[in-house]
Design a protein around this ligand. Structure first.
Ligand SMILES: [Zn+2]
Length: 159
């Protein structure tokens, strides 16, 4: 590799030409991700956590929100293995997993991500995973996950 972009691309689980494009409701979430902080919304009135981000609490309709640090570990709630690339840039990546993750104590939170170090045959509901950052891609660090105890490390540089 002769430049940083190529080195980052080689280490990414997914290609960098599909960067996050946050809408108005997701901008806060991705602003934290740009700083390698995984945070979820929490209602300032009733205390319920929620994700994806929305402006009003779905339980009490309060617009008072806070952001709280996500637990470092998660569990694979469900997943799929993608075998047919939905975009030309994904042709070299199939098969890959798309995982829905749950977090202990945050019953209303589900995060869609990828588990970067598990083959299609070893992917499993209930797998315990931990946060690992990949990127940056278009200024955003991407929250991905690896098996607990894996040696796969975060990629890219902080500069
Ligand atoms: Zn609420």
């Amino acid at each position: 590799m002769t430049n940083t972009t190529s080195a980052v691309e080689a280490d990414l689980y997914m290609p960098s030409d599909l960067p996050p494009q946050p809408g108005m409701d997701e901008r806060g979430f991705w602003a934290f991700c740009a700083q390698k902080q995984l945070k979820f919304q929490r209602c300032g009135a009733c205390g319920r956590h929620r994700h994806p981000p929305v402006p009003l609490c779905p339980v009490c309709q309060s617009d008072h929100l806070e952001w709280t640090e996500a637990p470092a570990r998660a569990t694979v709630y469900t997943y799929t293995i993608v075998h047919h690339a939905p975009h030309p840039s994904l042709l070299q990546r199939v098969p890959y997993n798309v995982a829905v993750l749950s977090f202990a104590g945050l019953d209303d939170v589900r995060l869609i991500s990828n588990v970067v170090d598990v083959s299609a045959i070893d992917m499993a509901i209930g797998l315990e995973v931990e946060l690992v950052w990949q990127g940056p891609v278009a200024g955003y660090w991407l929250p991905r996950f690896r098996r607990v105890g894996s040696t796969v490390s975060s990629t890219g540089s902080a500069s």
